[in-house]
Design a protein around this ligand. Structure first.
Ligand SMILES: [Fe+2]
Length: 337
């Protein structure tokens, strides 16, 4: 167990307003990330809180088909226990981000934090009150908006309907202090789930854009057409277009072609070079998702549209301009807020 990791979790649990006597639940996968489990327990104890470790054997998700969507009998038991915790820390390998488990825990009013990155990334990207304010400013812009649009000199021009007071917006600020909130440490971006089947246009991936969870940079130009919220064509001369087509086709499920969340990064210390600096498959990719001035969109799972496919790709893109109605929030990859 790393003393550094424990001290980072102490700092984080303080940000999350964990108090003396609170019960902190820890959801983990059997035999995995035990150092994180130990660190959360030690941090809770340091704050005179209590810890309950919930370890299940059926939380893994596949990277490629076949996929068995049935849940094990441990899930209802896990949910029942989590409902009695003041806060839940998810240290599963892939996270319960898009799952029914997450929705049911936060729906019960519990706050939930997912943690996956290596300790150095957790330390460098620790949240601050300023980051929270910046994220909330982005939420306000999305709440008032009717349309999000992203464009780029390479030919990206995509729009989606974000109108309505009930638009699902997921502020990512890297900690959870309020009841019913979910977040991911570290984070610094704002995303929303546009009205289903309203995304229209073209996205042109360029070398240097990021492909998550493949955890690498795009190497070749890829032109992706989107109609009524679904990808209808993927074109490009290099392997990237061919591999994206192979990946999407493998699932034999139209839902994997759906567009999911859209938004932009605001974290001042998140760095585009992370996949070069670290061993990329030891990363979850949260740093690339958070780079200030990225445009990030995604495919596949979207719990707000009842799409629970495990296929979900995030594409943080450089050099784009992002507008919400007539407000430009990112211009040519530079954050303007
Ligand atoms: Fe995503």
């Amino acid at each position: 167990m790393s003393k550094t990791l424990t001290s980072l979790f102490v700092e984080q649990l303080k940000l999350c307003d964990v108090k003396k006597g609170d019960l902190v639940g820890i959801i983990s996968e059997y035999g995995k990330k035990n150092d994180y489990v130990d660190a959360v327990v030690a941090a809770a104890q340091a704050l005179e809180a209590n810890a309950l470790v919930l370890t299940a054997s059926s939380l893994s998700r596949p990277d490629l088909p076949p996929y068995d969507p049935t849940q094990g009998p441990d899930i209802p038991a896990l949910l029942a226990a989590a409902a009695n915790c003041d806060m839940v820390v998810d240290v599963t390998v892939e996270g319960l981000i898009h799952s029914d488990v997450r929705t049911r825990i936060t729906g019960a009013g519990r706050r939930m934090l997912f943690v996956a990155e290596p300790p150095d990334v957790l330390r460098r990207l620790m949240s601050t009150p300023e980051l929270r304010e910046r994220v909330l400013a982005g939420v306000d812009i999305l709440k008032r908006g009717r349309q999000i649009r992203a464009t780029s000199p390479a030919g990206t021009d995509i729009t989606a309907d974000i109108s309505g007071e009930d638009l699902p917006i997921t502020p990512h600020m890297g900690f959870v202090a309020d009841a019913g909130r979910w977040d991911h440490w570290p984070s610094g971006f704002i995303a929303c789930f546009p009205r289903d089947r309203t995304a229209q246009g073209v996205i042109v991936l360029q070398p240097g854009d990021a492909l998550i969870p493949w955890q690498r940079y795009v190497k070749d130009t890829v032109r992706i057409e989107v109609k009524d919220g679904f990808i209808t064509r993927i074109e490009g001369d290099g392997f990237d277009a061919a591999n994206l087509r192979a990946y999407f086709d493998a699932w034999s499920d139209r839902d994997v072609f759906a567009t999911s969340h859209m938004g932009w990064g605001v974290h001042p210390t998140a760095n585009w070079a992370a996949f070069e600096v670290y061993e990329p498959h030891r990363l979850y990719g949260q740093e690339l998702r958070s780079v200030a001035g990225n445009f990030m969109w995604s495919t596949g799972s979207n719990r707000f549209a009842n799409r629970y496919t495990p296929a979900h790709l995030d594409f943080p893109m450089r050099g784009c301009t992002v507008e919400v109605d007539d407000r430009t929030v990112v211009r040519d990859g530079q954050l303007l807020m």
